[in-house]
Design a protein around this ligand. Sequence first.
Ligand SMILES: [Zn+2]
Length: 220
Amino acid sequence: MFILKVLTILKTIFIHYQCILCLQKTKQGLCQHCQNALAKESLLHKRRKLTINGQPITLYAFNHFEGLTRKLLFLFKYQKNHIAGVFLGQYMKKAFQRQPFLNDVDYILPVPSHRLRFLVRGFNQAEILAKHIIKQNQILDIRSIKRMKYTKPQAKSNYQQRQIQMHNVFIQTKSISAQHLLIVDDVYTTGATITSLVNTLQNEPTNQITKISILTLCLA
Ligand SMILES: [Zn+2]
C-alpha cells in the first residue's frame, strides 16, 4: 500500500511537469506549442442553423470533433484529466465571449447526465464546461431537468437508433423562465440528445423561454 501511495505521488509530480498532449517538459500543464495549436483551432468557429419543432435554434461550436480539441476531450472525459477540463473550459469561454449573438444569454442549461454515468465518471463534463463560461447575472441550472434513461455513447448508433433511444430521456421537474437560454454540451453528434432536451423544454407549458441557443465544444 505504501509503495502504491509513493508511486501515485511521484506520478502526480511527474505528470504536472509534462504537457498532457505531447509530453514535452512544461509547468503549465499544456506546453506553449500545444496551446498555440489549440488557439489556431479556436479560430475555426462553427455555426449551424437548426429547426426543432418549428423553432429556429442556432448551434455554435468551438471546433470540429478532431485535432487537439478531440484529444483533450478524450483525456478529460475518459481519463478524468482535470487539466484537460480546465483548458477546454477556457477555450469554450473564449468561444462564448466572441459570439455577439450570445451576449444576452441569461440562463445556462448543461445537458444533464444520467446519475449512473455521473457515478462512474465522477462528473458531468457539460456541467464543468458550463461552469467555466458562466458570467455574473446568469443562472446555471443543473436541477430542473433530469436524465431518466441510461443511453449508450452516440458514436455507436445511427441517427434513427439514436432518436428511438433518446425518446423521453429527459423529464422536467421545475419551470424555467429565461429570455435567452443556452444549452451547453461537449459534442454535438447526431443532434438526437439536444432535440430530445429541446422537446422536453417545448412540451412543458409552464416554461417561459423566449429564445434557445446551443453551445458545444465540438461538432462531430
Ligand atoms: Zn504539448
